[in-house]
Write a protein that binds this ligand. Structure first.
Ligand SMILES: [Fe+2]
Length: 372
């Protein structure tokens, strides 16, 4: 479906996710207050999220977003999201064992953001790697109205416009113009969320309200659905798990950074790009790296990985992802077991999963059984 975007529209949207409002208990889920406190860690004098633009320059907004997404990635926030989903989203999803977006995305829309080059133009979830097996919960944390809020297009209009965009290969300006003709602002209160499908066109226009809008978005995904680049374990987590790595559990000693270049996950990315990403992670986690290594090209039976997992002198392996292997799941799992029995730990960076015992491997089994 990723390669044929328009084919995604041969689908009848679930009316419960067709631009609908959800109202939740904002005392129980007091995210607006919590997020304000997290922003205050950087700017203690900030009194309201609406004034965010007065305390951060445009170039500091990226740092603020990263700071806030550390919060949405935390165990604390993940537990709340699970509760929220259980209470409000589960009745609107076709199955009980849905997955949840690991890190809710934070959006910061400051006044006159177009001049700053920060305008999020109209797009669909299909363009950003999502499928019809997923739904978005968009939640404002400050007043969302008029031009500071998200603008949405109906399913029927989205379908028509998207067909035209792809047929006529339209520019961003044209897309923006077509959407502006039929968009509507999402004017909901703090304490409400907006639910939509991945085929809906949505985006922002220039914010002339004079105040900042802060919001976050979290998706669910159906197990065994189409995941595309939004992989199981990496982008979507199981309910009641979280992505916050417990650094105190990482054992000291010598670790190896290992990449299987034959895996679809790695593809043709230059070796050093992946390696540098992993090395940065080890640096941040204070992991002492003995060396880095790649699997041999064409050797999908993973002989080099087998050699490493058999070493009793190694303390751990840093690996890009649970999906970054060319050998099948049985082969991987048997090698992971060997590594653990030799006293090694396995750190999967994309998923932020640290495996120290054989029983913890059941989490990987579960993730593999769900999808790519
Ligand atoms: Fe988006």
């Amino acid at each position: 479906m990723i390669n044929d975007i328009i084919k995604n529209y041969e689908w009848t949207p679930d009316p419960r996710w067709d631009n609908q409002i959800l109202t939740y208990d904002r005392k129980k889920f007091n995210w607006a207050e919590q997020v304000l406190e997290v922003v205050r860690e950087l700017r203690p004098r900030l009194d309201s999220l609406e004034n965010t633009h007065l305390y951060f320059t445009s170039s500091e907004l990226v740092t603020l977003r990263q700071h806030l997404e550390k919060f949405t990635n935390s165990r604390h926030f993940s537990v709340q999201i699970d509760e929220f989903f259980y209470e409000y989203v589960k009745p609107l999803v076709k199955c009980d064992d849905y997955l949840v977006q690991k890190t809710s995305g934070i959006r910061l829309v400051v006044p006159e953001q177009e001049k700053l080059g920060r305008l999020l133009s109209f797009h669909t979830g299909y363009w950003t790697g999502y499928s019809n097996d997923m739904g978005t919960v968009w939640t404002p944390l400050s007043r969302a109205f008029d031009s500071n809020t998200m603008q949405v297009v109906s399913w029927e209009d989205s379908k028509k416009i998207m067909k035209r965009i792809h047929l006529e290969k339209l520019s961003i300006d044209m897309i923006q113009q077509l959407c502006a003709e039929c968009m509507q602002p999402v004017e909901i209160e703090v304490g409400q969320s907006w639910l939509f499908n991945q085929g809906h066109l949505y985006g922002n226009i220039n914010n002339t309200t004079g105040i900042s809008r802060v919001s976050f978005d979290t998706r669910y995904a159906l197990p065994n659905g189409v995941f595309g680049p939004r992989r199981v374990g990496g982008f979507f987590r199981l309910q009641h798990t979280h992505a916050e790595l417990d650094r105190s559990k990482i054992q000291p000693g010598s670790w190896v950074v290992f990449v299987d270049q034959n895996s679809e996950y790695i593809g043709n990315i230059p070796h050093y790009v992946v390696r540098e990403f992993l090395m940065q992670t080890t640096k941040a986690l204070n992991i002492k790296v003995l060396e880095w290594s790649n699997e041999y090209w064409g050797c999908t039976w993973m002989p080099k990985l087998l050699d490493f997992v058999n070493k009793t002198t190694l303390n751990g392996l840093v690996l890009p992802s649970i999906h970054a292997f060319s050998g099948d799941v049985d082969l991987r799992m048997s090698m992971f077991k060997t590594a653990i029995s030799n006293g090694q730990q396995l750190l999967f960076v994309d998923e932020q999963i640290l495996i120290s015992t054989v029983s913890e491997l059941s989490l990987l089994d579960k993730l593999y059984s769900i999808g790519n």
